[in-house]
Design a protein around this ligand. Structure first.
Ligand code: SF4
Length: 138
């Protein structure tokens, strides 16, 4: 996997497998902007969204983990897709996923890896920047 030169082939296959809880390592972390966007999509104030849908661990907000799947996953589809959190939007282009070894592990879990169009280097860099920035704002 040499994404820095050739990009990488990826297209979401709608498996919903990235939306299934893996405990603390699978939480969906939320910036303030993420919470505001989701609250707006649900038609409720941000404060209410935070109270009803979020938990805070080690000072960081994340979606509350009430069941095995993300609470917004309905029939293997994201029911808040347009307003989905940054970490969902940027998946699988996270800094920690971009080594050859990590990418191989991701490919074993995510059927979108290796499918569809080649995502160009510049787009991958933009998604990595977006993910890094959101992590910094948590
Ligand atoms: S918010 Fe949507 S995309 Fe993100 S984990 Fe939940 S169902 Fe999946």
């Amino acid at each position: 996997m040499n994404w820095r030169e050739e990009g990488v082939r990826f297209a979401c296959q709608g498996s919903g497998r990235c939306c299934v809880s893996r405990g603390a390592y699978g939480w969906v972390y939320l910036t303030l902007v993420d919470r505001q966007r989701l609250a707006q999509a649900l038609g409720i104030p941000t404060r209410q969204f935070t109270r009803e849908y979020c938990a805070k661990t080690d000072g960081l907000f994340h979606l509350r983990d009430d069941g095995p799947d993300c609470r917004f996953l309905v029939d293997r589809r994201c029911s808040v897709y347009e307003a989905r959190p940054t970490q969902c939007r940027t998946w699988p282009f996270w800094p920690e996923n971009m080594s050859a070894k990590a990418w191989t592990a991701i490919a074993a879990e995510c059927p979108g890896v290796g499918k569809g169009r080649v995502v160009p280097v510049e787009e991958i860099r933009r998604l990595l920047r977006e993910q890094r920035a959101s992590t910094a704002r948590l």
